[in-house]
Design a protein around this ligand. Structure first.
Ligand SMILES: CC(C)(COP(=O)(O)OP(=O)(O)OC[C@H]1O[C@@H](n2cnc3c(N)ncnc32)[C@H](O)[C@@H]1OP(=O)(O)O)[C@@H](O)C(=O)NCCC(=O)NCCS
Length: 187
């Protein structure tokens, strides 16, 4: 069972998922400094390198405190591109054997299957190494791309959360992938 001793590097046919370090700051800024990436997210837009470095600092602290696991995603045959995506468990409720994940891909690398491939790897890690019974994720109604990623990985839509934001009713779709469903797909 994963216990935060060494960082869990994951490998897929095309991708390597590894720890995010300060050397990734420029690439993190390219990902999270783009409004097209952050608009469906609850995270703030990064404005400059200081913001990116601060986020990496907080990411590493959260890992050290066993609160989160965040991976930086690189393409094995295009390492020069640097970190092109990030994916991570936002929380891990160990007693309830559930965790939630989220991901962002640099706009220049959208629609190449990167999010789907990374999400499958992280889900597999969650079930096999973290002993999860279910993985949760959410996406704004308008975020068709993220919902498509979740559906391709095997998540089911289980509910809708809604709230008023600046005079507009925003709907957040809640998705779940159970260990049972995951095993059925991977058999
Ligand atoms: C959501 C996101 C991570 C998808 O990344 P990606 O690497 O482009 O996704 P994939 O290439 O794996 O695509 C998965 C599916 O979504 C579809 N898709 C991707 N972008 C799409 C878009 N803008 N509109 C409609 N469908 C889209 C793909 O066609 C594919 O489906 P298909 O195989 O049936 O054709 C990326 O768009 C992103 O970073 N968005 C901003 C951040 C975000 O929304 N994060 C999630 C927060 S909940």
């Amino acid at each position: 069972m994963f216990a935060y001793e060494t960082f869990p590097v994951l490998e897929t046919p095309r991708l390597l998922l590894r720890e995010i370090t300060f050397g990734d700051a420029r690439h993190l800024l390219a990902i999270r400094g783009d409004y097209r990436v952050t608009r469906w997210n609850t995270v703030p837009l990064l404005r400059n390198m200081d913001d990116a470095i601060d986020l990496i600092d907080r990411t590493q602290l959260a890992y050290a405190d066993h609160r989160r696991i965040d991976w930086g995603v690189v393409i094995k045959d295009n390492l020069a591109a640097g970190m092109v995506a990030r994916i991570g468990f936002n929380y891990w409720l160990r007693d309830e054997q559930r965790a939630s994940f989220g991901y962002d891909v640099a706009v220049a690398f959208w629609r190449r299957g990167i999010a789907t491939e990374a999400a499958r790897a992280v889900a597999g890690f969650g079930f096999a190494q973290m002993g999860l019974d279910r993985i949760e994720a959410d996406a704004y109604r308008e975020n068709v791309a993220s919902q498509r990623v979740l559906q391709k990985v095997g998540f089911r839509k289980v509910g809708v959360d809604q709230d008023w934001e600046y005079g507009t009713l925003r709907q957040m779709f809640l998705y779940t992938l159970t260990y049972h469903d995951w095993m059925k797909r991977t058999l």
